[in-house]
Design a protein around this ligand. Structure first.
Ligand code: F6R
Length: 366
């Protein structure tokens, strides 16, 4: 049951240190420099020699795919395309035997994703599944796959499945990079060790709950929200906005922060809360200048920053400090306060958090 929590969603948010650890268990052993994904073994050759990786999914799983695009390109230097399954399947896409297709799905039953798989399969591509539900239709339709092992996700809004998907995709990218030689032994070992610390860092991030509740109380009556991030945090901005929309029914949009000046900046006034994900990484300085642009237009700023950050503190109305990690692993932590923010806002608005209107846990219609 709900294990003492008021909602499944809150339980599942709080389970993430464990679900991420479960996902890595038996696969990652940083001390011995080992990373084994059983499902990948027979297809490693194909994966390593792929001309291109195509990722297909819907919704939150598609956001995990966007994170994976950054991971695969950075660590393995293979071009990646991330496709909404519903667009991909109807577009007569160019696919061939040298393509490695990764389908991501929590439920394993999403109709559009399943149809995209069948299409890619018919063109001779290799299909790899990243699913949570064991024995699901998508798990059965793929050539091989790795389960996310997040445990049952009951809340309609996906939380722990998302971080487990990213965990699997991260392990795949590191393995691929190491095998292809695009990632040096040293760097590989370093990354494996850091990856192992993620569950405890997520645990620390979860302790910000009370602070986030205060922020939620402040903004629960807002009519719009903007979420901005760059690089690895761009997909996190999309995911934060989706979480808010689906359970609180507040209109929210996620954007890459640099795109703001190409349109969305026109929306900013003192009524507009803007959530920035501004962790210390290669795009930090750029994000800081985007924050200044919003501030100059009197937008209300909520910033997710790295612990110990001092510059953003002076600009933002609220800061949420999360533990530092490798840039590539930040989404696993930075998404957590955004899940909590949407949860608390929805509860304060009296919404049915676990079963939002118009939504189903598995979308088996196209
Ligand atoms: C968001 C959400 C949906 C699903 C999407 C794909 O919280 O739940 O956007 O992510 O319907 O579902 P799966 O991953 O089951 O294919």
């Amino acid at each position: 049951e709900k294990g003492g929590y008021e909602h499944f969603m809150l339980k599942e948010i709080n389970e993430q240190p464990r679900s991420i650890a479960d996902c890595m268990r038996g696969r990652l052993d940083a001390n011995n420099g080992r990373l084994v994904l059983g499902g990948l073994r027979d297809y490693m050759n194909k994966f390593q020699n792929a001309d291109r990786i195509i990722i297909t999914a819907c919704g939150t799983s598609w956001h995990a795919g966007l994170v994976a695009e950054y991971l695969f390109e950075e660590f393995a230097r293979i071009p990646v395309e991330v496709e909404y399954a519903s667009e991909f399947r109807y577009r007569n896409p160019v696919i061939n035997e040298k393509d490695f297709v990764i389908a991501i799905s929590q439920s394993g039953e999403t109709a559009d994703t399943l149809a995209a798989i069948e299409l890619a399969k018919s063109k001779g591509a290799t299909i790899f599944g990243v699913c949570n539900v064991v024995g699901s239709s998508i798990a059965r339709a793929t050539h091989a796959g790795s389960y996310t092992h997040a445990g049952p996700e009951i809340g309609v809004a996906s939380t722990k499945a998302f971080t487990a998907q990213i965990s699997v995709l991260t392990m795949m990218a590191l393995k691929l990079g190491y095998q292809r030689g695009t990632l040096s032994e040293n760097r590989y070992m370093q990354l494996l060790s850091e990856l192992e610390t993620i569950p405890s860092k997520v645990e620390r991030a979860l302790q910000l709950n009370d602070k986030i509740k205060e922020i939620a109380a402040e903004f629960k009556d807002s009519r719009n929200f903007l979420y901005l991030g760059r690089g690895y945090n761009f997909p996190v901005a999309l995911e934060g906005a989706l979480k808010l929309k689906e359970i609180s029914y507040i209109h929210a949009e996620g954007y890459p922060a640099a795109e703001m000046k190409h349109g969305p900046i026109a929306l900013i006034d003192e009524e507009m809360p803007v959530v920035f994900i501004a962790t210390k990484d290669s795009s930090y300085e750029k994000v800081v200048s985007n924050i200044q642009e919003v501030k100059a237009r009197k937008g209300k700023i909520i910033a997710v920053v790295t612990e110990g950050d001092t510059s953003v503190k002076h600009m933002a109305d609220y800061v949420i400090e999360i533990p530092e990690t490798e840039e590539a692993f930040v989404p696993l932590i930075s998404v957590v306060p955004l899940q909590q923010l949407s949860y608390h806002i929805a509860v304060m608005r009296g919404c049915n958090v676990d079963q939002p209107r118009n939504l189903a846990k598995s979308v088996t219609v196209e």
